[in-house]
Design a protein around this ligand. Structure first.
Ligand code: PEP
Ligand code: MN
Length: 343
């Protein structure tokens, strides 16, 4: 930490601060400037999180130089995390975070058995390895379709068996975690629950990978702190998902922050997925932004696919029809090659 002193800080005030810092087992180093002086503090700074240094007379402001995320921090974990999903139906296991690009695709929600199996077959044939669909849906309106619940999960399990697709699905309630953990391959924490710390702690004790979607108004550091919550409980298999943030721009549902991809790749060793469906809200923007995500260094994309978007219970306007999904896959493959990834 760097403590910047007020211009009129007195010698007695400075001495008092230095004394306190030594008392906490840290080493202060005072640098006197013409205009003002600063104190650099080194040592185990975790104590400073509970000691309000700013309140000492003579202190103007403080700056943290150590990042609050440790387990998720690339500096402490130079090897990138590669999450291996166990082999399904004898096929090669899928790795998320390595050289392989992963495509998670499917409808916004499980709407019916026939509908889900139809999409599953189509995304499988086009090369996706993970099937997405919500059984528990976080809807803005309590009158909107809330998802099929447990029945939806068993339909997902059937699609998994039939097509050899891994399943990712959202959990919203700590009481459902055990069931989702049992039925799915990746547990999804939705944007609205990114800072549901109790939920994060519970999935942190699970044995399945957890994908955390960036909150609607969350910073990249807050997303990393949510990953830290999960990891602090023992589960190191965390995937981060950029899915757009709320800005003043009404032409898109959210503003897809693709600069978050290289920032995350610099700050953390965890895999990064981009969701251009929720990120843009419009099907015609999904393919270009999926391609841009690959070019920016994402480890994969998550997209919504529906054979009849006009009949979708939710998010039809941002869902790709199968032909457009296939085109997206083709273009992504070309870009993947250019950035040293395979698909
Ligand atoms: C979803 O992926 O189903 C979803 C609800 O997305 P988000 O949490 O990003 O809004
Ligand atoms: Mn959706």
């Amino acid at each position: 930490m760097i403590i910047v002193l007020k211009r009129d800080a007195t010698e007695a005030q400075i001495e008092h601060i230095l004394e306190k810092i030594r008392e906490w087992g840290l080493t202060p180093s005072l640098s006197r400037g013409e205009e003002r002086s600063i104190i650099g503090v080194i040592g185990n700074e975790s104590i400073l999180r509970v000691k309000p240094v700013d309140v000492f007379p003579g202190v103007d402001y403080t700056m943290n130089v150590v990042k609050p995320y440790k387990l998720a921090n690339a500096a402490f974990h130079p090897a990138r995390t590669v999450i291996e999903l166990p082999s399904l139906n004898g096929a090669a296991p899928v790795r998320i975070g390595g050289n392989e690009l992963v495509v998670m695709a499917g409808p916004c929600a499980v709407e019916s058995r026939e509908g889900l199996l139809e999409v599953a077959q189509c995304v499988k044939e086009a090369g996706a390895t993970v099937l997405r669909a919500g059984a528990f849906k976080p809807r803005t309106s309590p009158y909107a379709f809330q998802g099929m619940g447990v029945k939806g999960l068993s339909i997902l399990a059937e699609a998994r068996e039939k097509y050899g697709l891994y399943i990712v699905s959202e959990v919203m309630d700590t009481r459902d975690v055990e069931m989702i953990e049992e039925m799915c391959d990746i547990i999804q924490i939705g944007a609205r629950n990114m800072q549901n710390f109790n939920l994060l702690k519970v999935v942190g004790r699970c044995d399945k990978p957890v994908m955390i979607k960036r909150g609607l108004s969350s910073t990249i550091q807050e997303l990393l702190m949510s990953a830290e919550y999960v990891m602090s409980q023992g589960n190191q298999r965390v995937i981060l998902c950029e899915r757009g943030i709320r800005t003043f721009e009404p032409m898109t549902r959210n503003t897809l922050d693709l600069s978050a991809v290289p920032v995350l790749n610099r700050e953390t060793h965890l895999p990064v997925i981009v969701d251009p469906s929720h990120g843009t809200g419009h099907w015609d923007l999904v393919r270009p932004m999926a391609c841009a995500a690959v070019a920016a260094g994402a480890d994969g994309v998550m997209v919504e696919v529906h054979p009849r978007p006009e009949e979708a219970f939710s998010d039809g306007s941002q869902s790709l029809v199968p032909a457009k999904f296939r085109l997206m896959m083709e273009q992504m493959r070309a870009i993947a090659g250019a950035v040293g990834k395979t698909m």
